[in-house]
Design a protein around this ligand. Structure first.
Ligand SMILES: C[S@@+](CC[C@H](N)C(=O)[O-])C[C@H]1O[C@@H](n2cnc3c(N)ncnc32)[C@H](O)[C@@H]1O
Length: 204
């Protein structure tokens, strides 16, 4: 069994695609679907097959029952403690030798871009994605960012590898699509691998 945690709209076959977005939850309620058809407030084209689970909570799978866990651009939406708990939960549910692969924005890349003058000082914090919503205060932008969440933690390759090691993985920095996951071309999105930290580990 293979888990794709924080799948968003990327829900490849052969994977259990997990998310807990409000839209994904409402999409499963026929009443909301009907109302929303009229007012079109929520994006409800979330696939019905998404496995709903709040990833700040214990994962609903038994110890050592999972072969592979993949998660792209999701861990940074959890604070440091919740993120660490999620990674430990991945370690718990993976079988020995099971694979965990995490892709997140690279803090080192963003800081280097700033230090070397390619990102302007007043754009830097916005680029980190840590602000709540947009700095543009128009009503439309407020509404469209109401359901978006900022990054609550950021990583670089060496720190994420260290965390993997502490939790019980042998872990390595990886390039896009370089993986022991057989169907990596199905689960990994090229655009998500750019300027990103990619760490893959096997449970000890
Ligand atoms: C930036 S999107 C990444 C989507 C996709 N993996 C990608 O790389 O394009 C982050 C996803 O994590 C989900 N997410 C955030 N917090 C979550 C939580 N507590 N439980 C489950 N999913 C969560 C969001 O709903 C969203 O779909």
């Amino acid at each position: 069994m293979k888990l794709n945690l924080g799948c968003g709209s990327h829900i490849p076959d052969g994977w259990t695609n997990v998310d807990y977005a409000l839209g994904a939850r409402l999409a499963k309620k026929p009443f909301f679907r009907t109302i929303n058809k009229k007012i079109k407030f929520f994006k409800l084209d979330w696939n019905e097959k998404i496995y709903l689970h709040d990833l700040t909570r214990k994962l609903p799978w038994a110890d050592s029952s999972i072969d592979t866990v993949y998660s792209s651009h999701t861990l940074e939406h959890f604070n440091k403690e919740d993120g660490r708990r999620l990674l430990s939960e991945c370690q718990r549910v993976l079988r020995q030798g099971g694979i965990l692969r995490i892709v997140v924005p690279d803090l080192m890349y963003e800081v280097t871009e700033y230090i070397e003058g390619r990102t302007l000082a007043d754009d830097f914090i916005e680029r980190l994605g840590v602000l709540n919503g947009t700095t543009n205060r128009t009503l439309k932008s407020k509404l469209t960012t109401f359901f978006q969440f900022p990054h609550k933690c950021m990583y670089d390759n060496s720190r994420l590898i260290e965390i993997f090691n502490e939790i019980g993985f042998d872990a390595y920095k990886k390039n896009a699509f370089d993986s022991d996951i057989e169907d990596i071309h199905v689960i990994e999105l090229e655009g998500r691998t750019q300027n990103a930290v990619i760490v893959e580990g096997r449970k000890r």
